[in-house]
Design a protein around this ligand. Structure first.
Ligand code: 13P
Ligand code: SF4
Length: 363
């Protein structure tokens, strides 16, 4: 890196700045339709939503077009758990879940009597893909002395095989609780989140080997370059990022916790290691602060994900309109499986309520 090439601090900073600028210029930004294209879909979508008593529930990583529509139509924008809870508690007949498949499934499990549609059923998650139920079940069977804790980013079948479901905002608290009971743990699927929880709590955790294709690309070396260019910036990282990134982060947290940190910390700038979709909400809650995307590639390498989840990106006004107009892309979860998956999901919700944890804390 440039710092080792020269001893002159000014030259080093200039070289670092050039690298950082090149990266930021090449990073993709959020996909938005222009106002005319938006208008083509917005009125028909609103009419269909009124006719079907439908609400839009969108994740922070989806396009700003969808986030804005959810906000403007008495829907909801939030993290994966908050989305499911909003869906469960609202009085709609139909939920349209803009996010990835496990979010639609969680909504259906928590709201079995509602129709749950998604703009696309193709939107999955690398963690869900890498944890197939047959292999996971065999892994659990091989370690019967361990309690099974799974991340929300899993299929309904994997949830049904677990004892606890957790999200990133509550995972450490749940594992601490299990540790107090002297329990040993199987954790799946995200190895980075798992090793972060293990390091934080000291629990005995056997980790499944999977990663998020977006967060795994954040690079500590690029982050250090960036911090030299923005010395007043705080680094905010999602715990699906690699351990070396988390070690230098100022705040580690779920999407909601990242947003809350941006609101409360005094830093004028934030380097953010999570999906770029979150910038829309970050800019709304802290309009005077600057948000900079963390680097996802080494020097001279091409940006691969550019911190954009390809599956979240499949959600658009157009696909939402198509799903609503013909009732396609409905999420179905086998009733038996849903009843089994509901048990560990409900356990998490009860734990959060009993401990007054901020799993809902809307940003
Ligand atoms: P949250 O649970 O924080 O919404 O995160 C979900 C996710 O997919 C992170 O990559
Ligand atoms: Fe899955 Fe990563 Fe996309 Fe989140 S960002 S949905 S963890 S692939």
């Amino acid at each position: 890196m440039s710092q080792t090439d020269t001893q002159d601090p000014q030259a080093t900073l200039a070289a670092d700045t050039a690298i950082v600028r090149q990266y930021l210029d090449s990073a993709l930004t959020a996909d938005r339709l222009d106002p005319a294209q938006q208008a083509q879909y917005l009125d028909p979508i609103r009419q269909l939503m009124a006719a079907k008593n439908a609400r839009l529930v969108a994740h922070y990583y989806t396009s700003p077009d969808l986030q804005d529509l959810a906000e403007a139509s008495a829907g909801f924008v939030g993290d994966s758990l908050e989305m499911a809870k909003f869906g469960r508690d609202c009085d709609a007949d139909t939920l349209i879940v803009a996010g990835v498949r496990f979010m639609g499934e969680s909504a259906k499990i928590l709201s079995p009597h509602k129709t749950v549609l998604m703009p696309t059923l193709e939107a999955t998650c690398s963690l869900d893909i890498a944890c197939p139920i047959d292999k996971f079940s065999a892994f659990c069977d091989a370690h019967p002395d361990r309690i099974v804790v799974v991340y929300a980013n899993t299929s309904a079948a994997v949830k049904a095989r677990s004892d606890w479901v957790v999200t990133s905002s509550i995972a450490v608290d749940v594992v601490e609780h299990l540790l107090e009971q002297g329990r040993k743990i199987i954790w799946a699927p995200d190895k980075h989140l798992g090793s972060y929880i293990r390091k934080t709590t000291g629990a005995d955790m056997l980790l499944w080997d999977a990663a998020c294709i977006v967060h795994e690309e954040f690079k500590v070396r690029g982050l250090l370059d960036m911090r030299r260019v923005y010395p007043d910036a705080a680094i905010l990282a999602h715990p699906e990022s690699p351990a070396a990134v988390l070690e230098i982060a100022d705040v580690i947290g779920s999407t909601t916790q990242i947003i809350n940190a941006a609101k409360t910390l005094d830093n004028p700038q934030f380097i953010v290691a999570t999906d770029q979709g979150i910038f829309h909400r970050l800019q709304q809650v802290a309009p005077d602060k600057q948000f900079i995307i963390a680097p996802t590639a080494g020097n001279d390498a091409t940006c691969r994900s550019c911190a954009n989840c390809p599956w979240m990106g499949m959600n658009s006004l157009q696909s939402l309109y198509e799903s609503l107009s013909d009732g396609s892309n409905e999420i179905e979860v086998d009733a038996n499986l849903a009843a089994k998956a509901m048990i560990p999901l409900q356990r998490m919700l009860d734990f959060a309520a009993d401990n007054q944890l901020q799993v809902r804390g809307r940003a």
